[in-house]
Design a protein around this ligand. Structure first.
Ligand SMILES: C[S@@+](CC[C@H](N)C(=O)[O-])C[C@H]1O[C@@H](n2cnc3c(N)ncnc32)[C@H](O)[C@@H]1O
Length: 231
């Protein structure tokens, strides 16, 4: 049976290059140790703090973590914060599993699927911050419905981010920048935190960066960071 979020599909592909045996082993071990299982979702709505073995001061979610570099670096920077990462691209999941193992992180849980299948099961106001960094831009107008930051997604996020919590959106693509900003600014529950151009031209302080951000820098494209507060 297909899930209700099959269409429109926001992500491009679920599998890339065939994983080498070692990567496959890291992935399988990681999925058994770090992923969010259906048992963990049995009593929805769930407070995700219960998924961590130690005291967690807050929960942050990264949607579309790609290779997981940013998520793993944040998790190492903030060991008392619980991080949830959602990514349907299995090669990216394998990469995050490797980062978790190499850095001995015990504050990351992985959702290896579409975030739209997880978010409605989480308790409302349970997230302190949500990051959507360099999402697939889908620049053609006929693909507009595939852009991840839709009004319905913002409604879901507004339900799950706690008051005064943060939504951070970033992109280097001109169409995506306008789309992200216009949709989030229009939403009643998100207030843009920029007071000058420097606020969106500069990444946040202590920013570890992402793979797509570095690709954009190499190609000479300028990135924008849009910080919103849940009001
Ligand atoms: C262009 S990549 C950017 C990856 C990473 N954030 C970076 O900056 O390097 C966008 C990622 O979002 C993921 N994605 C798209 N739709 C998603 C969804 N509904 N739930 C979770 N991840 C999604 C894609 O699989 C893809 O890996």
């Amino acid at each position: 049976m297909s899930d209700p979020y099959d269409r429109p599909q926001f992500y491009g592909r679920r599998r890339g290059r065939k994983l080498r045996p070692k990567q496959d082993a890291v992935l399988n071990h990681g999925l058994s140790e770090y992923s969010i299982t259906s048992e963990m979702l049995a009593d929805a709505p769930i407070d995700p703090r219960q998924w961590f073995d130690h005291d967690i001061d807050r929960i942050c979610l990264e949607i579309g973590f790609g290779g997981g570099e940013h998520l793993a670096a944040r998790a190492a920077q903030y060991p008392k914060t619980g991080f949830i990462g959602a990514e349907p691209f299995i090669n990216g999941v394998a990469s995050l599993c490797r980062h978790i193992d190499e850095n001995n992180l015990n504050n990351v849980r992985i959702w290896p699927d579409d975030i739209r299948l997880l978010l409605p099961l989480l308790a409302k106001r349970s997230l302190q911050a949500v990051y959507i960094l360099f999402p697939d831009p889908w620049p053609k107008q006929r693909h507009e419905a595939r852009r991840i930051v839709q009004p319905a997604m913002l409604d879901l996020l507004a339900d799950h981010i706690c008051p005064d919590g943060e939504l951070l959106l970033a992109s280097d693509d001109p169409t995506a920048k306008s789309w992200l900003l216009a949709n989030a600014v229009r939403h009643d529950h998100f207030a843009w935190q920029a007071s000058s151009a420097a606020d969106w031209r500069q990444p946040p302080a202590d920013w570890p960066g992402t793979r797509y951000m570095r690709k954009a820098e190499k190609a000479g494209r300028k990135s924008a960071w849009f910080r919103f507060c849940r009001v």
